[in-house]
Design a protein around this ligand. Structure first.
Ligand code: 13P
Ligand code: SF4
Length: 356
């Protein structure tokens, strides 16, 4: 999976050829727009029907034009729909990767296609850039499960025990924690602290998965991802029965009985890399729906069986909202400076311990 999509490159070359001036409010699927966006559609045609493309294409053209005028970069999480992922994103990946790559650009504006905590991470790592989240209601059940006050209470209850927070939390929570982790490095971060016990927040399942692999005592919080907690071990056994030889890959936000049935457990980036390395004939990614569509574009020889658990928050980001956000340069993420500085320290400690 490339870090940068072909969308912008294709768009630029075709646009130069046609010297088209696109107005941001264009919504008609004109022959000109069809030609302009044809290279993008070629890539995604087996995951987006033609009738849908006629709706997406004018918006894609308008967004790509406006983002150049705004000196903006669009970051899209692996769970975004293919028309966003391949149509307008400049950088695709997991939340931390997006924030790091967004910070490395010279863009004035970042449009984060993902959820609120991801936009906060981007803002923490790029405090001088304008960071837009097209829908401020794009939340997360994990991030909503714990507050800064909860972390302060935990610290009072377990004095001296370090707090490791999954990055799927608010800036306020990360500011209270000692160190962040991702789903890819949670075990490494827990063990990097050199203590007998850690407090691990907020994902109970990810915490259990770590606890099973270490001698460090892991004190858990009862948060969960409403998308991943719906999968069951029985469902995975059913896939194995119905599709002999299938490769089952699960995200560590899933319950333990799911992870026990899986052939591979990893973050979204980990799963994509694993498909690339193993090239299984048939695979099921036990995680949010859209990632299978996006990965299927890159690996046409791999058959993706698609269990569908949608994240409603991820799905609240749409092309019309991205366009509106670029037109109005809002809504923008603001984080109080003291919170941002402390949250950044937790992130930097993690990065010093190693990302993967
Ligand atoms: P990663 O992309 O970091 O694996 O996170 C998955 C997730 O649920 C993000 O919302
Ligand atoms: Fe949050 Fe789960 Fe949605 Fe990710 S998939 S944003 S963890 S609710």
């Amino acid at each position: 999976m490339p870090e940068t999509t072909i969308a912008q490159a294709s768009f630029d070359s075709i646009r130069t050829m046609h010297e088209t001036t696109i107005q941001p409010d264009v919504t008609q699927f004109t022959p000109e727009i069809e030609t302009l966006t044809a290279p993008i559609y070629e890539r995604v045609r087996h995951v987006i029907p033609e009738v849908e493309w006629a709706v997406h294409a004018p918006l894609i053209a308008a967004i790509n034009d406006l983002k150049r005028q705004r000196n903006a970069v669009i970051l899209a999480h692996n769970y975004q729909t293919p028309e966003i992922f391949y149509g307008v994103a400049d950088v695709c990946g997991d939340s931390l990767g997006l924030a790091q790559k967004g910070a490395a650009t010279d863009a004035d504006v970042i449009v984060l296609c993902g959820v609120h905590f991801m936009a906060e991470t981007a803002k923490i790592m790029s405090p001088d850039k304008t960071v837009l989240l097209p829908d401020m209601e794009a939340g997360c059940s994990l991030a909503a499960s714990i507050t800064g006050a909860d972390v302060r209470r935990l610290k009072a209850q377990y004095p001296g025990v370090p707090v490791v927070t999954y990055v799927n939390t608010t800036a306020e929570v990360r500011a209270e924690a000692d160190i962040c982790c991702t789903s890819a490095n949670a075990l490494k971060i827990v063990e990097s602290l050199g203590t007998d016990r850690v407090i691990f927040i907020p994902d109970e399942y990810l915490g259990q998965y770590v606890a099973e692999q270490t001698d460090v005592e892991v004190i858990l919080w009862k948060g969960s991802c409403e998308v991943h907690e719906r999968f069951t071990g029985a469902e995975l056994r059913e896939y194995r029965k119905s599709f002999p030889g299938i490769h089952l890959m699960a995200h560590p936000e899933c319950p333990q009985d799911v992870l026990k049935e899986a052939d591979f457990v990893g973050s979204t980036t980990g799963m994509i890399q694993h498909v690339d390395k193993e090239r299984p004939d048939k695979v099921v990614l036990i995680t949010e729906c859209s990632i299978s569509d996006n990965v299927a574009v890159e690996f046409p020889d791999v058959e993706f069986i698609r269990p569908c658990n949608l994240c409603p928050y991820m799905k609240s980001i749409t092309l019309p909202l991205i366009l509106k956000s670029l037109q109005t340069l809002s809504p923008a993420i603001e984080i109080p400076q003291d919170v941002s500085v402390r949250a950044r320290k937790s992130l930097e400690k993690m990065l010093a311990a190693g990302r993967g």
